[in-house]
Write a protein that binds this ligand. Structure first.
Ligand code: ADP
Ligand code: MG
Length: 216
């Protein structure tokens, strides 16, 4: 029988570590995307945020996945200027709160947490799907996760479905005109470029899937 790995605070620490590494590796790409339709700071913003998160997690030892994700969110809100800090910060805080004080994360609980993150982003930023924002990656990811999970997929396979949907969603922002955020100031000139925030969301969810490989 395959060894089934429990999804606990160590897994979530691993996820956050992967996010930090993967954002650093994609910093120039994110900045390049933001230079086309924004102010060329998205790579810097995300790396600054997750560098602060790494430092916060060096000092703190949150005991549960929920507590850890709330710390991630609070750190992003306090350390990242720009639209993405409060939006990602709210997403992680809401996901953490949805997980409550449970020591482990079930496949169903992760779906609820991802949905709570999306609700937080939309509550704060008021973007709908198609507005060319991170919502265009996160919303299809939540749907793909929940569909997979409802069909009986493992947490690893549901997260993989979410990551794939996020990547497709991010790429599908290219032909869209931005209706929210700084890129919307460009009007029709925002067409033809991939949204930086949707791209970073796809990176965050790919890191989640990578952390969950082998988990049931
Ligand atoms: P800023 O736009 O303040 O420079 P960043 O460059 O870090 O901040 O982040 C830009 C990204 O934030 C965009 O690519 C988009 O995905 C996301 N974003 C901006 N406004 C919103 C919003 N209202 N709702 C959801 N996401 C948004
Ligand atoms: Mg920017």
């Amino acid at each position: 029988m395959e060894k089934v790995l429990q999804v606990d605070v160590t897994t979530v620490r691993d996820w956050v570590g992967r996010i930090a590494t993967d954002l650093e590796a994609n910093k120039d790409l994110l900045t390049q995307l933001d230079s086309a339709i924004g102010d060329a700071d998205h790579g810097t913003n995300m790396v600054r945020g997750f560098t602060a998160v790494t430092a916060a997690l060096h000092d703190a030892t949150p005991g549960t996945p929920g507590e850890l994700l709330v710390l991630v969110g609070s750190t992003l809100i306090s350390k990242v200027g720009g639209a993405s800090g409060p939006l990602y910060g709210t997403a992680f805080r809401r996901a953490g709160k949805a997980l409550g004080a449970a020591p482990d994360i079930s496949a169903e609980a992760l779906g609820t947490a991802l949905a709570a993150a999306l609700e937080g982003v939309q509550g704060l930023g008021a973007a709908a799907e198609g507005d060319k924002t991170m919502v265009d990656a996160l919303a299809p990811a939540v749907r793909a996760y929940q569909q997979a999970q409802a069909a009986g997929a493992s947490i690893a396979d549901a997260a993989d479905a979410a990551a794939r949907a996020a990547a497709v969603g991010a790429e599908a922002t290219i032909p869209l005109q931005a209706l929210k955020g700084r890129a919307s100031y460009l009007g029709a000139r925002s067409v033809g470029h991939q949204d930086p925030g949707a791209t970073s969301t796809s990176i965050v969810l790919a890191a989640l899937a990578a952390s969950l490989v082998g988990s049931d």
